[in-house]
Design a protein around this ligand. Structure first.
Ligand SMILES: [Zn+2]
Length: 111
């Protein structure tokens, strides 16, 4: 049985972290020895994996995939934008209420 490129690329993750079965490892290695495209993919995957905190010993390291990380950063950016808009609205509302209070106070003085 020989694996196709799509399957090999899916399996690269478990191959890289040594959780593939010996049979799968043999199949992947057989494919990689013949397929330049998958070998490139595997090298890129390894490069990304080196930078990933998964294998790091640092105490704050959390196993996060880059997609999850990117999603989190995107959510954080959206939340920052929302809190900025909320702050602007609060400032405008506070100014409005203050002016209204000033206006009322001025009218009270006139009476
Ligand atoms: Zn291939």
């Amino acid at each position: 049985m020989s694996l196709n490129c799509e399957i090999v690329k899916d399996l690269v993750a478990i191959y890289t972290d040594d959780s593939a079965s010996p049979k799968t490892v043999a199949e992947i290695e057989a494919h990689l020895s013949q397929c330049e495209d998958c070998t490139d993919y595997y090298r890129q995957y390894q490069k990304i994996n080196e930078k990933s905190p998964v294998l790091s010993d640092e105490p704050f390291a959390v196993p996060l995939s880059y997609t999850k990380l990117a999603k989190r950063l995107r959510i954080r950016r959206i939340l920052e934008r929302i809190s900025f808009i909320a702050a602007v609205i609060a400032a405008v509302a506070a100014t409005f209420l203050f002016l209204k209070w000033l206006w009322k106070a001025g009218r009270a003085d006139d009476e």
